[in-house]
Design a binder for this molecule. Structure first.
Ligand SMILES: Cc1cc2nc3c(=O)[nH]c(=O)nc-3n(C[C@H](O)[C@H](O)[C@H](O)COP(=O)(O)OP(=O)(O)OC[C@H]3O[C@@H](n4cnc5c(N)ncnc54)[C@H](O)[C@@H]3O)c2cc1C
Length: 405
């Protein structure tokens, strides 16, 4: 997995043009005055992208303020301690930190220690439980093979010859064949994205490994773990000494905020920033149902994927497993239901289709035209699927570009 920053970033700090929301005179003056000395930055969003930008800019001597519309920091990585369950709850879904980059690993370790959790999940379909992602044990469970050579030979027989397999279904059929695709991928993908897998690009699934060894780790990255004390504590340390205002929607007073700062780093949805004027981007949302159970361990693993199309949810999380602490006699179980997104709902995932990329390109053009002193970043600002290590790399690259200008 790459930790390279996006290649399609907006310019960081351009002079204002015709259609700006800030008056040209005011903003140009503040821009000119700011060059070559400490500048004032407003960071919109106290998620990981915003927090890393804020930390780096504050450490470089700039004046930094963070605005967050939720009543807490952390964005989707937010965790809170759940006293009854005796563990940290991953409030917006399971978050496992993983990276191959020693630099990113060293960076996050400045703010927290990590436990030794290695992500392994299982998948269930029609009452049977399977090792997942597909590895030699899965292939043993489905086909009875026991060695890498048998597994390779079986996969060769299973694969369908599909030249130029560009969509998700064709790509899976060409890699693992019909049976594994039906058992693990088709139903889950259709629920997750509410689309026929033939409408989705293969890139969505390509990061999922298919192994002919008994290695059943979800991520094969060198560094993995969960912050001891939760993600929120890690973000608190990142934001130490920085002025953060919670419960404030930047867009409710966008023009006034733009006038007050030399530069804005915006990690909210790019289409919302422009009042959806170039069209609605598509997102997936999620609904979580929580259950406190009077058992010490409900499913024996942190995440169980439900891959059948006729089960309405995609996965169940048992939070205590992330903390590697099973002592509590009760347990918190969360069921995750994918939802169609509508305005007003939380945007969890960008939906990577050609149609959405076309809408996104219109917003890119709008950014160039309006030439506001705004950097759009993070998962929603760049409308791309970033994992945590990637969003940290992107934030560090943003700040480094700002310093070069
Ligand atoms: C269900 C789920 C599971 C995931 N699991 C993993 C995982 O296991 N491993 C991994 O590495 N990554 C995972 N991720 C990805 C991870 O969540 C992201 O990489 C990371 O949170 C992105 O950080 P961000 O700052 O770009 O965005 P966010 O976390 O979305 O932060 C953006 C913040 O901006 C705020 N905001 C938006 N608009 C405004 C506004 N107008 N005014 C003020 N504030 C605003 C939002 O409230 C939010 O707090 C997962 C994501 C999801 C949704």
């Amino acid at each position: 997995m790459s930790s390279a920053p996006s290649s399609r970033r907006p310019p960081d700090h351009l002079p204002l043009g015709a259609q700006q929301t800030v008056s040209g005179e005011e903003a140009s003056a503040s821009h000119t005055a700011a060059v070559g000395r400490a500048r004032s930055f407003l960071i919109v969003g106290a998620g990981l992208y915003g927090a890393v930008c804020a930390r780096e800019l504050a450490d470089a001597g700039h004046r930094v303020q963070v605005l967050e519309k939720r009543d807490h920091i952390g964005g989707n990585c937010f965790t809170r301690y759940h006293p009854e369950a005796g563990c940290h709850q991953h409030v917006y879904g399971a978050h496992i930190f993983h990276t191959n980059s020693p630099e990113i690993w060293a960076y996050v370790n400045r703010f927290t220690a990590f436990n030794s959790y290695i992500h392994r999940l299982h998948a269930t379909n029609a009452g049977r439980v399977y090792s997942f992602p597909i590895n030699l044990f899965t292939l043993h469970q489905v086909f009875g093979v026991t060695t890498p050579a048998e597994a390779e030979a079986r996969l060769v027989r299973e694969r369908l010859p599909i030249p130029d397999a560009a969509n998700l279904e064709d790509w899976c059929l060409s890699q693992v064949g019909r049976e594994l695709y039906e058992l693990f991928i088709r139903g889950y993908t259709a629920k997750q994205w509410h689309k026929d897998p033939r409408e989705l690009p293969a890139s969505i699934i390509k990061r999922l490994p298919v192994r002919t060894t008994y290695d059943d780790r979800y991520y094969s990255d060198r560094f993995q773990g969960i912050p001891v004390g939760g993600y929120t504590a890690m973000l608190e340390h990142m934001l130490a000494g920085i002025h953060v205002e919670l419960g404030v929607d930047f867009l409710a007073d966008r023009d006034a905020w733009l006038r007050k700062f030399d530069h804005v780093i915006y990690s909210g949805p790019v289409d919302a920033f422009f009042d959806y004027s170039a069209g609605l981007l598509e997102y997936r949302s999620l609904r979580f149902e929580h259950e406190m159970l009077d058992v010490h361990d409900a499913q024996g693993i942190a995440v169980m994927n439900y891959t059948a199309a006729d089960v309405p949810f995609t996965r169940k999380l048992e939070h205590k497993h992330f903390d590697l602490n099973l002592r509590c006699p009760k347990t918190l179980l969360t069921t995750e239901y994918p939802q169609d997104w509508q305005r007003g709902m939380t945007e969890y995932y960008p939906v990577n289709t050609d149609a959405n990329q076309e809408v996104f390109a219109r917003y890119e053009a709008l950014k160039q035209e309006t030439r506001l002193p705004v950097t759009f970043g993070g998962r929603l600002g760049e409308y791309r699927y970033y994992d945590m290590h990637q969003v940290i790399a992107a934030a560090l690259a943003t700040v480094s570009r700002i310093h070069q200008h």
